[in-house]
Design a protein around this ligand. Structure first.
Ligand SMILES: Nc1ncnc2c1ncn2[C@@H]1O[C@H](COP(=O)(O)OP(=O)(O)OP(=O)(O)O)[C@@H](O)[C@H]1O
Ligand SMILES: [Zn+2]
Length: 506
């Protein structure tokens, strides 16, 4: 039972929820049922079919609509007298600035990515508004409370970086299926269908191969009037045949490893089989490009089947062809999306052909999709438990009950008969570069590093700062903003290209 004091704290509170997905839906319901009356929700997404199994405020008829708005309408149906303000927008939009955050008594996160969480953490610190942060992965979950100066901020402890692999493991010496998936998704898929101006480790090999017979044009580019079948086979032979031969020529690499086997399309597939059996035309007339599927046009049904090398090769060529024939407009701007069937088919097939080359066991499309999308299946119950814990902490925050703040971990197996483990929050980390004023030191080669490297790789990528101002003493070297004078913009652009040593003050 809530005390009078708690009820009045809840009633008078203005809260901001960021994210109206798995946790967010549960949270909005629990807030409304706990007596909260002024709730603002930011979510940038629209509802997808795959959300419906757990984001229970949404129905099939809502697919394509704003999550924030539909969530609001759904809750108003059973709590018509409360105020819910939805924003269908990215929390990183400049409209949600420090002044915006200052309006709230507490901010509650139901996000699914580090970048947005870091952003909200920083705004809460700047606005001095308490933050209740949360996350779930399958059966695991946690809720933490962040109050400037009192408890650690979201960034006080370095977060384990998402698993990455050494580049050479991916480009030359894969030993696990996941290495082949990363290669297929981040290198090959990106190279063929993504932004080709981006540097990509496949470049290295593409230029030396092109050198011999062609002018130095990118091997991966489809030539003018090149038949799509020929193009597909050329790419196949290049990445699974030629590139492997090149790798084999470096004997040292293979001293203590199994040598991979080059695979050429003529070995994996009967010559021109696809053309002869004519199966490829079936997909041609579809109106909805997103429903195009290589499996469908090849008559393959089960995503659970592990395909043979020949089947993978067929799917590879068919998927590549379908991208060019039905989704040509997207080529050059695609990025891998686990919900894009054709992309998953292509990546599965490419990863399997590469796995076959390296003697790694092949996997089904279903398994490959899980690995490629980094999917841990969401558990609705965990989200509901976490949402309840967020509200409990929010109420403590509103009552200024600092002593009783807890970080709570939801465990997969009971420990000391408990599934929920409460821990007292930690003090702020004195050397946190986000919430304390500790200087950081960085050593760079001032003759090689450009200001651009520092801004892009360190300040933006590593420290996650979006609009930095870079000064040296009182000299302003770089800043970002909409209201800068033209000559300043030109000046900063020029500075970015300079190496440190060439700045006159050094
Ligand atoms: N920068 C952001 N601004 C606003 N909303 C965001 C931002 N980043 C993530 N979100 C929202 O946070 C929510 C997270 O919800 P959830 O973890 O359930 O993910 P999902 O995208 O709904 O589902 P899944 O990724 O599991 O398919 C999403 O609705 C997403 O739109
Ligand atoms: Zn901190």
């Amino acid at each position: 039972m809530a005390s009078q004091q708690q009820l009045s704290a809840v009633k008078g509170a203005k809260v901001l929820m960021v994210g109206a997905g798995g946790i967010g839906c549960e949270l909005l319901k629990t807030l409304a049922l706990s007596g909260f009356q002024d709730i603002h929700i930011i979510d940038m997404d629209t509802i997808e079919v795959s959300n419906l199994n757990r984001q229970f405020l949404f129905r099939r008829s809502h697919v394509g609509l704003s999550k924030a708005k539909v969530a609001r309408d759904a809750v108003l149906r059973f709590r018509p007298n409360i105020n819910i303000t939805p924003y269908h927008a990215n929390v990183k939009d400049p409209d949600f600035n420090v002044d915006f955050f200052k309006k709230f008594n507490v901010v509650l996160n139901g996000l699914d990515n580090l970048d947005a969480r870091r952003h909200v953490n920083r705004l809460c610190l700047a606005a001095d508004v308490p933050l209740v942060e949360s996350g779930t992965t399958g059966f695991l979950g946690q809720v933490t409370v962040h109050l400037k100066g009192k408890t650690e901020c979201y960034e006080c402890q370095p977060k384990p970086a998402p698993k990455t692999y050494p580049v050479c493991t991916i480009t030359s010496t894969p030993s696990k299926f996941v290495h082949c998936i990363v290669w297929a998704k981040d290198l090959l898929f990106a190279k063929l269908f993504g932004d080709t101006t981006q540097d990509n480790d496949l470049n290295v090999r593409s230029s030396d191969a092109a050198g011999s017979s062609e002018n130095s044009k990118d091997v991966f580019e489809r030539r003018k009037d090149e038949d799509i079948e020929d193009y597909g086979r050329r790419i196949f032979d290049h990445v699974f045949g030629y590139n492997i031969e090149m790798a084999l020529s470096n004997e040292d690499t293979w001293k203590n490893r199994n040598r991979p086997r080059p695979i050429y399309s003529k070995d994996a597939l009967p010559e021109k089989s696809i053309k002869q059996n004519g199966s490829v035309e079936k997909n041609g007339s579809t109106d909805d490009p997103s429903s195009v599927s290589a499996m469908a046009s090849l008559g393959m049904r089960s995503p659970q089947d592990v395909w043979s090398l020949m089947e993978n090769s067929k799917v590879f060529l068919e998927a590549l062809k379908l991208f060019f024939t039905t989704r040509e407009k997207e080529i050059g701007s695609l990025s891998f999306d686990k919900d894009d069937q054709l992309a998953v088919e292509f990546v599965t097939a490419a990863a399997n052909i590469r796995a076959s080359s390296f003697g790694i066991p092949l996997h089904s499309l279903f398994e490959a999709k899980g690995i490629a999308g980094n999917i841990v299946h969401a558990v609705a119950t965990t989200n509901a438990v976490i949402a309840g814990l967020i509200v409990i902490e929010a109420i403590k925050v509103l009552q200024n009950d600092t002593k009783n703040y807890r970080m709570t971990y939801c465990l997969e197996y009971p420990t000391k008969n408990m599934l929920l483990m409460p821990v007292e929050p930690f003090e702020p980390n004195k050397s946190c570069y986000v919430c304390s004023e500790t200087p950081l030191s960085l050593e760079i080669n001032t003759y090689q590093s450009k200001l651009r490297d520092f801004v892009e790789k360190i300040v933006k990528a590593k420290l996650g700062m979006h609009s930095p101002i870079i000064m040296h003493g009182s000299a302003l070297l770089y800043e970002v903003g909409d209201d800068l004078e033209e000559d300043m913009v030109a000046n900063y652009a020029a500075n970015l290209e300079k190496v440190y040593a060439s700045f006159s003050f050094i």
